[in-house]
Design a protein. Structure first.
Length: 355
């Protein structure tokens, strides 16, 4: 791990470091000033001169002390006083040695002590300057580490934002793809459903057409059979009326009576049209009927067309349809006359559910 990486995890510098440094320098300066004042006070020689009594004829002159006080900021070694020219003693007398100067000794001691204190103070000042320089260097280092950490945080935040944007774009792209797939799947399902419904519709249409064709075929067949049966019944009616006419009239009136009493070709259709609106038959019941079977009934009427009785002469095979036809005849009550004004006493006609 490099020094800068190590400093990035160092504790932050105290915010009052500069103020504490200035306060420490001020206190040391006042202490140094007090010490200097004390040394100067003690190194100042007293104003009174020292007197000594000599037991010689001529005393030797005493050297004057340097009165200049020592400077507190720079202490120089004391220069020994310049000796005065000795006074020649008289020949017979012998000069006595000078006594040691107590004040000089004290001054030398004070100067030596001050030198030591100045040296200690210089050492302390140098150490303080080193500590101050180191503190400034540490402060610069911490500032650089803090700036580097802030830059790294900024870059990390920018990288995180870029990553978030990339993830959002990736999520949006996946969501768009999922929606596109769902839309395509839905379209395929709709298309398949449409094709299935179209195929089913075509099959139903074809089935309906087939059923319609079959129904038309059956209807045509039924109409032919009905026409045939109508003609047959008409012939039978003619024969029956002819027999009645022969019994009551002469031979010359038989043909005209039979022709006058026979029903017309559209009469049976009019009878069906009169009865069919009264038939009640639900679609669900119609779906249960297979094919288009006919229920044939025989109706006995009065001369005014009132229905006197009814009888099911041929069942359709479906009880519900047979009952619906019989109920419709009962509800009708009266049948119309023929075009020629005749009202046949007995009439046979049939009904089919899909007509």
């Amino acid at each position: 791990m490099s020094q800068h990486e190590h400093l990035a995890f160092a504790p932050p510098a105290d915010p009052g470091f500069g103020r504490a440094l200035l306060l420490a320098l001020l206190v040391h300066f006042l202490l140094l000033l007090a010490l200097t004042w004390g040394v100067t006070w003690r190194s100042t020689p007293p104003d009174d001169a020292i007197e000594a009594e000599l037991w010689s004829a001529i005393p030797e002159p005493v050297a004057q002390r340097n009165e200049e006080p020592a400077r507190p900021s720079e202490v120089k070694p004391e220069t020994p006083p310049k000796p005065l020219e000795p006074v020649k003693p008289p020949p017979p007398s012998t000069a006595q040695p000078a006594l040691p100067d107590k004040a000089k000794i004290e001054a030398d001691l004070a100067i030596e002590k001050q030198k030591k204190k100045d040296a200690l103070e210089r050492d302390r000042q140098i150490e303080l300057e080193k500590k101050t320089a180191k503190a400034k260097e540490e402060e610069v280092r911490l500032k650089e580490a803090s700036a580097k950490k802030a830059e790294e945080e900024k870059e990390k935040k920018a990288a995180q934002e870029r990553e978030n944007i990339r993830r959002q774009e990736e999520k949006k792209r996946k969501d768009d793809e999922a929606r596109a797939k769902e839309e395509a799947k839905r379209k395929e399902e709709d298309e398949a459903k449409r094709l299935e419904e179209e195929s089913k519709h075509k099959e139903e249409t074809a089935k309906r057409k087939e059923e319609e064709a079959k129904r038309k075929e059956e209807e045509t067949k039924r109409l032919l059979e009905e026409k045939k049966e109508t003609e047959q019944r008409r012939q039978e009616q003619i024969k029956r009326l002819k027999g009645l006419g022969e019994a009551s009239t002469g031979p010359t009136d038989k043909a005209s009576a039979a022709k006058a009493s026979a029903p017309s070709g559209t009469y049976l259709g009019r009878l069906r049209a009169r009865v069919r609106p009264n038939i009640t038959f639900a679609d669900s019941q119609l779906q249960a009927v297979k094919g288009n079977p006919e229920a044939e009934v025989e109706v006995t009427c009065s001369a005014t067309g009132e229905i006197l009785s009814k009888k099911l002469t041929r069942s359709s095979g479906n009880t519900a349809w047979d009952e619906a036809v019989m109920n419709a005849i009962e509800k009708t009550g009266t049948l119309p006359r023929d075009e020629n004004g005749n009202m046949p006493p007995k009439i046979s006609f049939g009904f089919r559910p899909r007509d």
